[in-house]
Structure formats: structure tokens, C-alpha cells
Ligand binder design. Structure first.
Ligand SMILES: [Zn+2]
Ligand SMILES: [Zn+2]
Length: 149
């Protein structure tokens, strides 16, 4: 796998697209690398703004850029706000998503992880993966069964 150090990825992207370096971008990068879980524009803004003022719009734009760079992944979960996760962290687990209530649980499975790791492609360069299994959580199973009757 190619070098996937987040700061290196960001710097390479900035250089390639001739963007200017901004202090805010690095500040947000530093912050999201400390998050152990999923996050949203709102949650990052709340925590960062409490320490030092930063505009919500800046965080929105920066996260959008990080997604393009491949530092974070936007999860396809339904809900009002997009949920993100660092790609380094997304590589370490899988997701179980309830299609009825939207509950999300993370789980580890070495076999699945190994299968993905071992899968290579002749004309495709793997960067990271994000896996989802959709179904019904324990709470929603009885509800759906009852409704069927
Ligand atoms: Zn996750
Ligand atoms: Zn559910």
C-alpha cells in the first residue's frame, strides 16, 4: 500500500492542486486524528470551537477536502448529518447498520479483514475500506415481525 500518512496525503494534495496551506486545515487534521469514533461537522465544531473559535463553514469545507484526499470516509448512513471516520480507523472494523431505526454498531472480524487485505486488483490501487452489513437490530426485530401479522 502507498504511503498513507494523513499529513503527507494532505500535503501532496495541496501541492498537486496548488492550494494554499492554512493553519485551520492542519488544526482540524490534528483534532480529527485524536477522535476514536464517528464524527460530524457539528460534533467537531462544538469541541474545537470551545477551545479556539473556528467557523462551522470552515469545518464543513475542510472535512469535504479531507474526504477527497482520502483521510476520512463519509459513511452512507441515513440521518440528518453526515457521519465521518478517519480512513485509518475505518480499516480496523466493520459496521452493522439497522435499516429500521438506524442504529450502528461496530464489530471486528479478523477473517473478513484478512479477506479484504488479501484481495488485490490488477488495475486498481486499494487505499482503504469501509464495510457495512445491513439488517434489523434486536429492538426492531419483534416490531417488524408484529407488523407483518
Ligand atoms: Zn466505524
Ligand atoms: Zn433497529
Amino acid at each position: 500500500m502507498p504511503n498513507s500518512n494523513p499529513l503527507d496525503l494532505l500535503n501532496a494534495y495541496i501541492k498537486e492542486h496548488k492550494l494554499r496551506h492554512t493553519y485551520e486545515r492542519e488544526r482540524v487534521l490534528e483534532f480529527i486524528l485524536t477522535i476514536d469514533g464517528h464524527f460530524t461537522v457539528q460534533s467537531v465544531h462544538q469541541q474545537m470551537n470551545a477551545e479556539q473559535p473556528i467557523a462551522r463553514g470552515s469545518i464543513y469545507n475542510i472535512l469535504e477536502l479531507f474526504e477527497k484526499v482520502g483521510i476520512i470516509v463519509r459513511h452512507p448512513f441515513s440521518g440528518n448529518e453526515a457521519q465521518y471516520e478517519t480512513t485509518a480507523r475505518a480499516n480496523t472494523h466493520h459496521h452493522r447498520v439497522c435499516i429500521s431505526c438506524g442504529a450502528i454498531k461496530e464489530f471486528s472480524d479478523q477473517k473478513i479483514a484478512r479477506a479484504i487485505k488479501n484481495r488485490t486488483f490488477a488495475s486498481f490501487e486499494k487505499r482503504f475500506h469501509s464495510t457495512y452489513i445491513y439488517g434489523l437490530c434486536k429492538k426492531c426485530q419483534p416490531k417488524i415481525k408484529k407488523a407483518k401479522k
